[in-house]
Design a protein around this ligand. Sequence first.
Ligand code: DC
Length: 222
Amino acid sequence: MVVTVDGPGGAGKSTVSRALADRLGFAFLDTGALYRAVALAASWDQVEAVDPEAVAAWLPGVDIKAQPGPHSFQVLLQGRDVEPFIRNEHISQLASQLSSQPAVRTKLLELQRSAGRAGDLVAEGRDMGTVVFPDAEAKFFLTASQGERARRRWLELSQAGQQVEFDEVLADLEKRDQRDEERAISPLRPAADAEIVDTSHLSFGQVVEHLYQQVTRVRQGL
Ligand code: DC
């Protein structure tokens, strides 16, 4: 069974999806990490992220894999776990630019689908329910107000020891929202059959519980 969780940045998708997968005993795939790993490779190789031809010519040489682990898929770039290097604002902006390139989306599409064939999965991203897993049995679209999402992202960065201004985080989020929503290919939008969950006034536990109950209902054929 595949469960999809889509939504804008800072809506709590990652934390919620990971906890949901744990509770269901499903594997977890963070597809944003795949786009971030491509961004890291682009920054290593100094590729012009906004140039579609340069990106398309460079991509075939990028060795990226999603390797099944005990709980979640691990993203490997040239065989290395790059998780510690992909969670910063520079990579966020670069990943957002690269994710609007058709060549990048095509390269990552099959990687994501093969994770779905490996067994029960919670897949989190922007186009899980619309493009990657259109036949998923349970689909959610998590959202929250822009201010609340910026506040959560700022808190997360601050707790990770990164000194950032709230206004800067909010401005970056606005830019990324706009790019995610307006890109021609796989724009961020809920699938027609997704349940939209506004998490602005819900605790993390409440959101996980709600999703768990919904998935359980689907599994029971209710
Ligand atoms: O969820 P995130 O912030 O880690 O995602 C990083 C970037 O990748 C974000 O700008 C949107 C993009 N992305 C995407 O276009 N499609 C996905 N399925 C996942 C992420």
